[in-house]
Design a protein around this ligand. Sequence first.
Ligand SMILES: [Cu+2]
Length: 254
Amino acid sequence: MPPTQAIPPALRFWHLPMDGSWHGPALDGHLLLNLWIALGLFALANILLVVGVVSRRRAHRPIHKLTLEYIPLIAFAAVFFLLGMRANSLWATQRYTGAAPEALQVEVTGVQFAWYFRYPGADATFGRTRNELVSAAEGNPVGLDPSDQHGTDDIVRPQLVLPAGREVDLTLRAVDVIHGFAIPEMRLKQNAVPGETQHIHFTPMRPGDYAILCTQVCGLGHYRMQATLRVLTAEQFDQWLRQQEHAQSLEVKQ
Ligand SMILES: [Cu+2]
């Protein structure tokens, strides 16, 4: 089951992208809650305006400042504080709580103007990278350091392939400028910043193909900085990974 409420049936006319992740319903629910509260406050403000105008005309005794200003102000502040706390905890669940130890490790590299995805291979350890070695033309788009043995079985692909129902721990990095890693259907968005590594973890639930975007204007080719996430069933993914490992071992032998 998703961590919190799914969208109530009455509110499903809202056209968000289809949700394919485990944590998505909680985020969607919170977004809709915010919008419904904003709508309620908007309606309330207008009702109060009309009531204020009409009651002034009838020259009632003035409403006390405490009732008119301080109590509503404190109530609104409390509502927004609670909404903010909830939003912060949803945001932090994907970042600061840390992924489970058995989560699949994938490194995401943003470079003008492409995404690359690296799997650690049979040794389950990523090899060292160096930015000065980055050269897509020479077949090393993420800058793998050939002197590190851990890197020889690393699998680098331009497509992100993941199994459904298993947690994935993404390590984001950028080679040149800030890129914005985003998958709307997975409710994921996180900047990749040069010189830093960002972690974000999530569980894709629904097999299918999804667009991976860059949401930072990172240069003239930004518009074409897209990749694909392919979510497979667990068996299909194991088979895919074995094929990639085999292809990688043949490449190393050459
Ligand atoms: Cu970009």
